[in-house]
Ligand binder design. Structure first.
Ligand SMILES: NC(=O)c1ccc[n+]([C@@H]2O[C@H](COP(=O)([O-])OP(=O)(O)OC[C@H]3O[C@@H](n4cnc5c(N)ncnc54)[C@H](OP(=O)(O)O)[C@@H]3O)[C@@H](O)[C@H]2O)c1
Length: 273
């Protein structure tokens, strides 16, 4: 497949999980990649699997980093595809861990995503070729999630923001697609101190490759919002039929209790997922 030959794609959070898998999907379709995350060795590994890529190491959880990533990504040519995938959550009661982690979550999951989306929109203005924005939200965007309250709220933002852009950009050369994955087998859960899930959560887990394939197909089809997986679609549809407190209570049952012990450090960027 070479439908994306000649296109340049920036993928954030490409050092592991869904981002690395999306990078591979885009490379398989002929796109030239610019990959970003904090871990250089893991990014180089993704780049090698993609047959080569430009690599930009940056901490998008820090103010100002989005502009540096964007400057580096556009230094060698325009960006036609932006995949805002980098994100993290923690599975702990709000207020039980350091406030700096909350600030990083908001900066990474929301602020840097908005800043990159804005730079992408400005950059594409006046160009006539089709260009794609993909923002990775979560099925957590469909109800509040106790013990993951801030993370789920950040994904509500990503979903509403992206759907709004999709509707604003209808009929233009720009396309915005929101992806709402459910549980996906990546390092996310260990990093979040989660994983003592109910059978239903474990049963509906998908692989990063499955989510990535669905995401890239949705992007190319110009979809507004896609929830990968039948069970995930069912749960997001089902919450419309019940009171919001009940949906929140259900999410607590499905996700189980936080894993005991300290959360992994957010600053240790040495090990690959
Ligand atoms: N896995 C799931 O069940 C699931 C479900 C719904 C939605 N999602 C969403 O999917 C996206 C990808 O997560 P994943 O499951 O693939 O988890 P993952 O394997 O932990 O990947 C997270 C990616 O984000 C990058 N990242 C984290 N903090 C960063 C920072 N401060 N600056 C720059 N990059 C940073 C990580 O790279 P470095 O560590 O190298 O910086 C990594 O490449 C996230 O937005 C997540 O919220 C995941």
């Amino acid at each position: 497949m070479s439908e994306l030959k000649g296109k340049r794609a920036l993928v954030t959070g490409a050092s592991s999980g869904i981002g690395a898998a999306i990078a591979k999907e885009l490379a398989d379709r002929g796109a030239h990649l610019v990959l970003s995350a904090r871990r250089k060795a893991a990014l180089d590994d993704t780049a090698a699997k993609c047959g080569g890529a430009e690599v930009v190491t940056a901490d998008l959880g820090a103010p100002g980093a989005a502009q540096s990533v964007w400057n580096a990504a556009t230094a060698n040519g325009p960006i036609d595809i932006l995949i805002n995938n980098a994100g993290f959550g923690y599975f702990r009661p709000f207020g039980s861990i350091e406030a700096a982690r909350d600030a990083e979550l908001v900066q990474l999951n929301i602020t840097s995503l908005v800043e990159l989306s804005r730079m992408f929109a400005d950059h594409r203005r006046g160009r006539t070729e089709r260009a794609y924005l993909v923002n990775i939200a979560s099925i957590g965007a469909y109800q509040s999630v106790p013990n993951m309250a801030l993370y789920a709220a950040s994904k509500v933002f990503v979903r509403n923001f992206t759907e709004g852009l999709h509707d604003e950009w209808r009929g233009t050369q720009l396309s915005a697609t929101c992806i709402c994955p459910g549980g996906t087998k990546t390092a996310f859960h260990e990093m979040a101190g989660a994983g003592n899930y109910s059978w239903i959560a474990n049963k509906s887990m998908m692989t990063a490759d499955e989510v990535a394939a669905i995401s890239v197909r949705a992007m190319l089809a110009g979809k507004r919002n896609v929830i990968p997986g039948f069970m995930n679609k069912l749960s997001c549809w089902g919450v419309r039929l019940v009171p919001r407190w009940f949906a929140s209570w259900m999410s607590r049952r499905v996700l189980g209790k936080p894993r005991p012990g300290e959360l992994p450090s957010r600053t240790n960027t040495g090990s690959a997922a």
